[in-house]
Design a protein around this ligand. Structure first.
Ligand code: HEC
Ligand code: HEC
Length: 476
C-alpha cells in the first residue's frame, strides 16, 4: 500500500484559510480603525449544512493549524482532523467521505485498513477492492473499533454472522461506530460511546482533561498507527484546543438567526452554559441535590409566539419541538441501565414509568446524559439488524444463556453480561451537520431517529409533532 500523503481538500482547511486571511487584514487594520462589526471573528468557523449554518466558536482565539490536532502524529498520514472535521460537526459524513474517496481514488489517509476498512488488513490494492473494503465508512461514516473480550468477562463470543467474512478470531469483536464530535467536550460525563476513556465517577474539575489526554494518545497509537506515544506537551495542546471549541447550529434557513429575538441558539450562548456532572440528574445523582427539571432545554422558549409570516411559523415550530422534547410523555420500560436499577440511596427506577426525552438527555441545553450512565435502548437488538452489520452471539459463562447483538457496547469494557448493548447518551448539538445518527449510523435522518423512538417505546407521534421535533433538533 502506498503511504504517500494525499493533500486532502478538507473543508476545514478551506474555511480556515478564508478566516486566516480576514484575520490578517483585520490585524493590519485594527491599529488605526476599530474592527468592522460585520467582519467575521478570527475565532469562528461558519459552514453551511442541511438546514442552515453551523458555527464553531474557539474561545481560545484564532484557530491554530499548527496545533498537533492537525499534525500527522503517526505513521499512516492521518491527523485528528482526518475523522473530526468542523463543517461536519467535528465528525465525518458519508457524503464528504465519498467525495474524498472520489478525489483521491480511495488513497486519502482516512482509507487505511487498520480501522477504516470493514475488515482489519483488508486487501485494498485496487480501486475496486478499496470501494468494497471501505463500504461502511462510505455509506455510514463508520470506523471499525476492534476490542478483545476482557480476560475476566462473564461471557464469551460463541459465533458471529459476519457479512464481510473477515475471519477475525472470536476472542474479540469488530464494532462499527460513528466518530463522536471532538467539540463541546467540557460537557462530557463519559468519553467514547462505551465510556471507555471516561473520568472516574467522582466529580472533579480535571478528570475529564486527564482522560482526554489519554484518549488523544490512544487515538494516535490506534487510528494514526504511531509507534510511540504523544509527549505530555502534545497531548496537552490537543486537549487545550479541543476543549476550547463550542459548536452549534447558528442559522436556520427558515427561522433565521437562532440567537435572534430572545432565543439562545448558536455557540456563544452554549459556551456560557454551566455544567457539572449530575447537573440535572433525574435519579438522585445531582451532587447539589437540586431536583430534576424535565424542561432541560430552554434555548427557544422565547419563540413560542403566534405569527403569520413564514419565519414566525418556523420559529414557533422550533419552540414547540423544544416543548415536546421536554414534556412529551414516553413510557420507558426495558431499558437496561435505567429500569429496575438502584442509583442513589432509596432511588430505584421502576420497571416501567412515564418519562420524557430529557430523562436521558438531561444536561441543560446540551442534551447528553449528565452522569456516566450507559443504557441499552435497543439499537443493537437482532430485530434492528440491517444486512450490513455483523451479528454476535454472546454466551453467559455461568448461566449458559445466549444473547445476540450487533455491538456488545460497554460489555466489551467491563466484561459484564448486564452491560451488553449499553451506550452513552451523547451531546445533541450541531445535529443538522452530522447525519447519520446513533453509534452505528443506523438513522440516516432525524426523522429516522424519531421513528426509532416511536417504534421502540410506542409513543405515537403525530406528523405535526414529528415536524416540530425535527425543526427543534435541527436548530441545535
Ligand atoms: C480514523 C478516524 C479517527 C481519527 C484519526 C481520530 N478519531 Fe477521534 N474518534 C473516532 C471514533 C470512531 C470515535 C468514537 C469511537 C467509540 O466511541 O468507540 C472517536 C471519538 C473521539 C472522542 C470522544 C468524544 C466523546 O464524545 O466521547 C474524542 C475527544 C476524539 N475522538 C478526539 C480525537 C483526537 C484528539 C484525535 C487525534 C489524536 C482523533 N480523535 C483521531 C475516530 C477517529
Ligand atoms: C432511555 C433513555 C433515552 C431516551 C428516553 C431518549 N434517548 Fe435519545 N439517546 C439515548 C442514548 C443512550 C443514545 C445513544 C444511543 C446509541 O447510539 O447507541 C441516544 C441518541 C440520540 C440521538 C442521536 C445523537 C447522535 O449523535 O447520533 C438523538 C438525535 C436522540 N437520542 C434524540 C432523542 C429524542 C428526540 C428523544 C425523545 C423522543 C430521545 N432521544 C429519548 C437515550 C435516550
Amino acid at each position: 500500500m502506498r503511504t504517500q500523503t494525499h493533500n486532502q481538500p478538507t473543508p476545514f482547511r478551506a474555511a480556515i484559510t478564508v478566516f486566516a486571511a480576514v484575520a490578517i487584514v483585520a490585524a493590519v487594520v485594527v491599529s488605526s480603525h476599530p474592527l468592522r462589526a460585520d467582519a467575521p471573528e478570527p475565532s469562528v468557523v461558519v459552514t453551511p449544512d442541511a438546514t442552515g449554518q453551523l458555527r464553531t466558536l474557539n474561545v481560545n482565539g484564532e484557530f491554530d493549524l499548527s496545533n498537533p490536532f492537525f499534525q500527522e502524529l503517526g505513521t499512516n498520514g492521518r491527523t485528528c482532523n482526518s475523522c473530526h472535521q468542523p463543517d461536519q460537526g467535528w465528525t465525518i459524513t458519508p457524503a464528504v467521505v465519498q467525495q474524498r474517496f472520489a478525489d483521491s481514488k480511495g488513497l486519502d489517509p482516512i482509507f487505511r485498513n487498520n480501522d477504516g476498512s470493514n475488515c482489519e488488513n483488508a486487501d485494498i490494492s485496487t480501486l475496486g477492492k478499496r470501494r468494497r473494503a471501505f463500504s461502511l465508512l462510505m455509506t455510514r461514516g463508520l470506523i471499525r473499533i476492534g476490542i478483545d473480550v476482557p480476560p475476566d468477562a462473564e461471557f464469551v463470543i460463541d459465533s458471529v454472522d459476519d457479512p464481510y467474512k473477515c475471519e477475525a478470531p472470536l476472542s474479540g469483536a469488530s464494532m462499527y461506530r460513528r466518530p463522536l464530535p471532538s467539540t463541546n467536550l467540557g460537557f462530557l460525563s463519559a468519553v467514547m460511546w462505551d465510556g471507555r476513556e471516561s473520568p472516574p465517577p467522582t466529580p472533579s474539575n480535571n478528570t475529564i482533561l486527564t482522560n482526554l489526554a489519554q484518549q488523544a494518545d490512544d487515538a494516535t497509537t490506534g487510528h494514526a498507527q504511531s509507534t510511540g506515544h504523544l509527549t505530555s506537551q502534545q497531548a496537552g495542546e490537543i486537549v487545550a484546543f479541543e476543549t476550547g471549541l463550542f459548536t452549534a447550529q447558528a442559522r436556520d434557513d427558515m427561522a433565521g438567526r437562532l440567537s435572534a429575538d430572545g432565543a439562545h441558539g448558536g455557540p456563544a450562548a452554549l459556551s456560557r452554559q454551566p455544567f457539572f456532572m449530575g447537573i440535572n440528574d433525574p435519579v438522585g445523582l445531582n451532587p447539589a441535590g437540586t431536583p430534576f427539571d424535565p424542561a432541560a432545554f430552554t434555548v427557544f422558549a422565547a419563540w413560542d409566539r403566534q405569527g403569520h409570516d413564514e419565519q414566525a411559523r418556523a420559529r414557533q415550530s422550533i419552540a414547540r419541538g423544544e416543548q415536546l422534547f421536554n414534556t412529551k410523555p414516553i413510557t420507558l420500560s426495558g431499558v437496561a441501565g435505567l429500569n429496575g436499577q438502584t442509583f442513589a440511596i432509596g432511588v430505584t427506577v421502576p420497571a416501567s414509568f412515564s418519562g420524557t426525552c430529557t430523562i436521558c438527555h438531561d444536561t441543560p441545553n446540551v442534551g447528553n446524559h449528565s452522569v456516566k450512565a450507559p443504557l441499552n435502548i435497543g439499537l443493537t437488538d437482532p430485530s434492528r439488524r440491517t444486512p450490513d452489520m455483523p451479528l454476535y452471539t454472546l454466551r453467559n459463562l455461568s448461566t449458559g444463556e445466549t444473547v445476540q447483538t450487533t455491538d456488545p457496547g460497554r460489555a466489551m469494557i467491563t466484561g459484564k453480561w448486564a452491560d451488553v448493548g449499553k451506550f452513552k447518551g451523547p451531546i445533541l448539538r450541531g445535529l443538522a451537520a452530522r447525519a447519520p445518527y446513533f453509534h452505528n449510523g443506523s438513522a440516516a435522518t432525524l426523522e429516522d431517529v424519531l421513528d426509532f423512538y416511536d417504534t421502540r417505546f410506542n409513543i405515537g407521534f403525530t406528523d405535526q409533532e414529528k415536524a416540530n421535533l425535527i425543526a427543534f433538533l435541527s436548530a441545535l
